[in-house]
Design a protein around this ligand. Sequence first.
Ligand code: PLP
Length: 397
Amino acid sequence: MTEPRLSFATASAVKRPIYLDHHATTPVDIRVAEIVFNMMVSTFGNANSIDHTFGEAAATIVENAKSNVAELVGSDPANVFFTSGSTEAIRLAISHAIGPARASPLHIALTRVEHQALIDTVRLAERLGIAVVTWIDVDQQARISSGSLLAALQSGADLVCVMAANNEVGTIYPLEEIISLVHSHDAAILVDATQAAGRIGLGGIGADIDYLIFSSHKIYGPKGVGALVSGVYDAGRVYGLGATHDATPNVPGIAGMGEACRIMQSEGAIETHRIADMRDRLQAELLRQIPDLVVNGDKQNRLAHNLHVSVPGTPNDLIVSRLRKKVAISTGAACMSGAQSPSHVLRAMGLADGLQDGALRIGLGRFTSESDIENAALEIVAAVNDVRNAMAGKDYE
Ligand code: PLP
């Protein structure tokens, strides 16, 4: 038998493009990977099989992970339900809010800039006749229109869905205000915190959110694990889940998510400052070299690792394809990149067509270095100039 070989090749150890797509996913932190590995080969028990120490150890790990998740978002460990990611958590939350037997459809109000995972779930419920939908408008910076939110509540919304921060343009939402407005109208609130958890403080408000959702792979944890954090959720109210059987938990993934949350909790604030500084330098350099560049989103209130720009009149797919082997950035959300249809977020913001077509989403992360930023700026500027010269029919130099 050949010797098992475990190689933790970190982002810097291998020569490959500079990774600036941390909204799509993040590399797993080596400290997390070690725990996941250990859970797979060593503490491998079934957390539901606690007649022996293997299962008991796994069950303890799951409980510890719940505490770490709850602490990051300011909730109670008993409110943490692990899922396969945010998409599943969203589906469970909406299914739970609708409930097994409603006399009338649930009135769901959601912003026009929600993630496709939420929009698709709500639209399906609408098609099935178990929900009616009201859309909440946003302005040019993707900020929620308070008039539109209020109108939705006054028209009888039962459940309001807002993001903690937008996954394309990074705009952060004033959750405290929104939660109290929603609750004062006796409605429930669902917050998709997939991009924001660990990056903005949720500690003071997490317990007030009826359904809070986030995912491990956006915070340097493994893929395929996420959490629905909810004080009202009851699996028995979701068709097909009726609490008779507890599936075997994904203990390695859950342990990894717990460790990823612990690291975010202890290092997130400092990391956020460092990343914001680098983002600001990258933004300044791009603006210096591409003077007509437009920075999108709420510049006063956006995620530290987000830089969303439009290169007017310059097709983003041509820019991104020139960067393919050099810098990994995207034209939009991971579920939509490569799609020909324009981003629903940019459309909802009312960006001009030329700005939508030239949109680039850049996302920095924990392992992004100063030299990555310098090199990425050079490459992005070169790619933009190259596309613009080609469009103008100029010869290559
Ligand atoms: N919500 C937001 C805001 C996201 O950014 C994503 C992923 O990109 C999702 C939901 C879906 O998350 P997951 O990949 O964990 O299903």
